[in-house]
Design a binder for this molecule. Sequence first.
Ligand code: ATP
Length: 444
Amino acid sequence: MREITELCKRRGIIFQSSEIYGGLRGAWDFGPLGAALKDNVKAAWKRHMIQLRGDVVQLDASVLMHPRVWEASGHIENFTDPLTECRTCNARFRADQVTQGDASTYECPRSDYSLCEFGEPRQFNLLFQTHVGPTQESGSEVWLRPETAQAMFVDFAHVQLTSRQKVPFGIAQVGKSFRNEITPRNFIFRVREFEQMEMEYFVRPGTDEAWHEYWIKHRWDWYTRYGLRAENLRIRPHASDELSHYAKRTVDVEYRFPFAWSELEGIANRTDFDLGAHAETSGKDLTYYDGERDERYLPYVIEPAAGVDRAALAFLIDAYRDEQAPAAKGGTERRVWLQLHHALAPVKVAVLPLSRNEKLVPTAREVADLLRPRFPIEYDDAASIGKRYRRQDEIGTPFCVTVDFETVEDDRAVTVRDRDTMTQERVAIDQLSTYLDERLDLTP
Ligand code: ATP
């Protein structure tokens, strides 16, 4: 984790929020490359959850919702974690994640674990509250959404009618969620502000269990398609005492993070709990009329709920390579590189003139201009070529294109270096786009 965190900081991928003020716990900023990585994760999700299907439509709902949404959904009552406080130093922890005196489960601020004495846990609500309007009186409270899902239930009838989808169908949303986590930790794994990619798939009651299985497999395939190794993934069913108040059955897709196997995504059978609760609280009819079966019912819901930040972290960790470069390829030098799936790599091609020599620059710029409309590229002419390769390796750029003196004086060709094999090939500039098109796997 330390190596990943340092790499992210060094290359401006992810760093502390408000760093010049000492940072804010549980808040991180995604720099230029991190923002591109996140965009790519979201695009990959939308591609397989929406674009390649005909039965899932997108929603982009407001973060602030009517306060009664959270009453109906049960969040005001149930969205809690057990909080325990150490009687001797007053530090607070999530009671279900720590074992008193066990240094591997928490950080004692005084580092003297023998003195810790955890008090009785009490339930702590994770909702962030704020107020709408110019006064802070009661009645003006609203909550920052802790999940994107509720908008899909509240807007269900409207979206179904206007999109003319028939059950089974889904509504998908990618957006920010907020949770006042007791102990944010493990870099971007547990933060207080994060992005979710959630899809509510509405099905006829009785078909829910089969659809649940379908989505578990679909989501597993998505993670492996974009490069996570199967041996680092597992499916873990929730025990009955772990199930959320709305769920009939939930499984987590877990990733072998360096700190422990931990949740990447939850896939829940939410039954008709949410539609039922909103129908009752709002007094609106949220049933669905199934014309083919001449039946009216409240659909059941299967929900694959993933986190953008956690997925990005898992992709980074899984792609991380720290190796000795093979002797034949330039000696015994250490090479740190990210073997990111091409579709996720923030930069697809780097254009590198061998030096800043004035003979090389115009051609190098011409090559950059040729590629820029096709792929996210980076043009870099600073420092030695070895250093620039190292930088591109560390940010996972699949191909580096080098413009040298032969290019301008002789063959109008460039050297293309493959990140994974480190092999180099000479390619004519007028063949370069086709060459890269054939090798870049951007739409798996
Ligand atoms: P955990 O048990 O780790 O607190 P959860 O079961 O509460 O997670 P869900 O409510 O199922 O999480 O949320 C769906 C997904 O949203 C999670 O699988 C995770 O990827 C992401 N997520 C939830 N909470 C956080 C957080 N605090 N920081 C980053 N991502 C989060």
